[in-house]
Design a protein around this ligand. Structure first.
Ligand SMILES: NC(=O)C1=CN([C@@H]2O[C@H](COP(=O)(O)OP(=O)(O)OC[C@H]3O[C@@H](n4cnc5c(N)ncnc54)[C@H](OP(=O)(O)O)[C@@H]3O)[C@@H](O)[C@H]2O)[C@@H](O)CC1
Ligand SMILES: Nc1ncnc2c1ncn2[C@@H]1O[C@H](COP(=O)(O)OP(=O)(O)O)[C@@H](O)[C@H]1O
Ligand SMILES: [K+]
Length: 531
């Protein structure tokens, strides 16, 4: 499956390109969507394929409604008892939807959507939400929302989007943004940005129906400008991150320096250091103030330890140019001393990860971004993001009243452009962006949900993984996005009950699996005859 996440406009452009090429008509695409949706439903619930039941199909005034009429016809053809309801006026349906409306009318009735709640008394086995998809332009009318909500205890399948949810942002349009939660969302052609981030109910699942448009992308290099593309993060087995040269020396894999807080506050930095080492940094040093040296010494083995008491000591340490990546923030506290350390770290021109307290210190400055440069990575959670970028956070938090709505991807892109460096905005939907608009989402939702990652210290581990990758020479945007993926995979490798200490220890299993995927890939490519 492609790891592109499209906007609604990009999806329309792809569909239009396919139609303009003459290879397919809009009507054929709608047929593929409807037939594919029924296949996807039966794949999800095989018992439905085995025994036809009762279905309610709720259709809207656009092409999403057209898909609904196709689904109704296909289900009826398989022996289902289908009731169809329409929101709006059949006379005003767009042409392809109108054709499918008429085809359905040869098989059954179409009643106004307001009558749909009565159908619940006939106990439908399946409800299809085909009211709005990518064309949602404004909030749902309250009565429409109430009607849809009546079905929320049933098996509801939403075509393309849960109606009311904006596919560019994953946000529910409206003042209160009340969501309606289907059991399954069937995305047509590609996952959209809104399937990976925003308010989408994490318990539902998204599956993709292939509309066979990949040739439209493959055949047109540069179909979308690079800065407009959003990817779902997917670390490939073949990434150079995961191998070390046979003849390499530890210094060939970089030296990461992690600054700790004072006595009793060194745990966060030690977690980050352990993660940096596990991800393959050749050397990792924790630098601690004098009062915290004993505490660190009692805890650290493979991670080295140096003392620093002030910004001058850090500057002296950085005369060693083998130290090529720094991490500041975890457990450091918010003080003038930390601010001075920040200045030294940023002035050194080294790769720097700024997390936690370092972000808060930065946010307190009159000009937070003046010293940042392209080798920096900022890793804010929601609170830190709002302190650093208050106007952007306010825009993201304000109710979304029209589509396409401002998304977490837009917000992270704007933040990265302002900061002039890579920004990783944490959460169940972690978004990574660079100053040129490159963006990716690492979504911990649906089959990748990992709520046990919301545990104290897991963000420190993430900062450590990024620092380790930077020290190994991975560029900032790729280090941040790969780290987000690895962090989540480590959570899966450990499973429930996870605490932050487990994450670095779970990384070897993730790397082993990637290495075996790589071996499998190489076996396939070397045995494939060249053409
Ligand atoms: N293109 C293709 O070839 C293919 C497309 N496919 C399918 O088409 C879907 C996109 O279709 P679409 O563009 O017609 O948009 P859709 O979501 O049906 O709604 C638009 C209508 O709703 C109206 N409306 C909007 N918000 C409203 C509100 N709150 N309350 C009331 N009305 C509201 C809006 O009115 P307007 O904003 O213009 O006033 C307009 O009339 C896509 O998701 C996929 O399912 C697949 O079949 C594959 C092939
Ligand atoms: N519900 C969730 N599902 C998946 N990941 C989550 C969830 N909540 C938080 N995370 C991830 O857990 C980490 C928490 O980091 P952070 O908020 O900085 O916590 P801490 O400072 O305690 O380490 C981030 O990587 C974030 O993306
Ligand atoms: K829908």
């Amino acid at each position: 499956m492609s790891n592109l996440l499209l906007t609604a406009a990009q999806m329309r452009a792809l569909e239009q390109a396919a139609i303009d090429s003459g290879r397919v008509t809009g009507l054929e695409l709608m047929e593929r969507a409807g037939v594919g949706a029924v296949d996807a439903i039966f794949a999800e619930w095989p018992e439905m394929a085995a025994a036809p039941g009762r279905a309610v199909v709720l259709c809207g005034p656009g092409n999403n409604g057209g898909d609904g009429f196709v689904v109704a016809r296909v289900l009826a053809g398989k022996g289902w008892d289908v009731e169809v309801f329409l929101y709006g006026d059949a006379e005003r349906l767009p042409p392809d939807a109108r054709v499918n409306y008429e085809r359905w009318c040869e098989l059954g009735k179409v009643l106004p959507l307001g009558d749909a709640p009565d159908a619940i008394e006939r106990f439908p086995d399946l409800t299809i939400d085909a009211v709005f998809g990518s064309g949602l332009s404004r909030p749902l009318e309250a009565s429409l929302f109430r009607t849809l909500s009546c079905f929320s205890q049933q098996f509801v399948v939403s075509l393309d989007a849960p109606s009311g949810c904006d596919l560019d942002s994953g946000r529910v349009l409206g003042e209160d943004g009340q969501a309606f939660h289907p059991a399954l969302v069937i995305a047509f052609g590609h996952r959209k940005v809104g399937h990976a981030c925003g308010d989408l109910e994490r318990a539902s699942k998204v599956v993709v129906v292939d509309l066979q448009l990949s040739r439209e992308i493959a055949g047109r290099a540069g179909f979308f400008a690079e800065r407009e593309i959003v990817h779902a993060v997917q670390v490939r087995a073949l990434s150079p991150i995961f191998s070390k040269r046979n003849d390499g020396h530890k210094y060939d894999h970089g030296h990461a320096l992690i600054l700790t807080g004072g006595m009793g506050r060194t745990g966060a930095a030690r977690l980050a250091a352990r993660a940096a080492l596990r991800i393959g940094a050749g050397l990792v040093t924790c630098a601690a103030p004098g009062a915290a040296m004993m505490e660190c010494a009692a805890q650290l083995t493979a991670v080295m330890l140096r003392r620093y008491d002030n910004a001058e000591a850090l500057a002296a340490m950085l005369e060693d140019d083998r130290i090529n990546a720094l991490c500041l923030g975890p457990g450091m506290g918010v003080s003038a001393r930390v601010s001075a350390l920040l200045d030294v770290a940023l002035a050194s021109g080294r790769q720097v990860v700024l997390d936690a307290d370092a972000l808060t210190v930065l946010a307190g400055r009159d000009d937070p971004f003046s010293l940042l440069h392209s080798k920096c990575v900022l890793t804010p959670h929601g609170g830190e993001f709002a302190r650093l970028f208050p106007d952007i956070a306010a825009r993201l938090k304000a109710p979304a009243m029209s589509g396409p709505a401002y998304s977490k991807v837009d917000a992270t892109r704007d933040a990265a452009a302002r900061a002039g460096c890579t920004v990783l905005f944490k959460g169940p939907d972690t978004v990574i962006a660079d100053p040129n608009g490159k963006a990716a989402v690492n979504s911990a939702a649906y089959d990748r949900a990992a709520p046990w990652l919301a545990t104290a210290g897991s963000g420190d581990v993430l900062a450590g993984i990024i620092t380790g990758l930077l020290s190994r020479g991975v560029p900032p945007y790729h280090a941040a996005s790969s780290a987000a993926w690895l962090h989540l995979e480590a959570a899966f490798a450990f499973g429930p009950g996870l605490i932050a200490e487990d994450l670095p220890e779970a990384l070897p299993a993730v790397l082993r699996r990637l290495a075996s995927d790589q071996a499998a890939f190489e076996a396939v490519t070397t045995s494939r005859p060249s053409t």
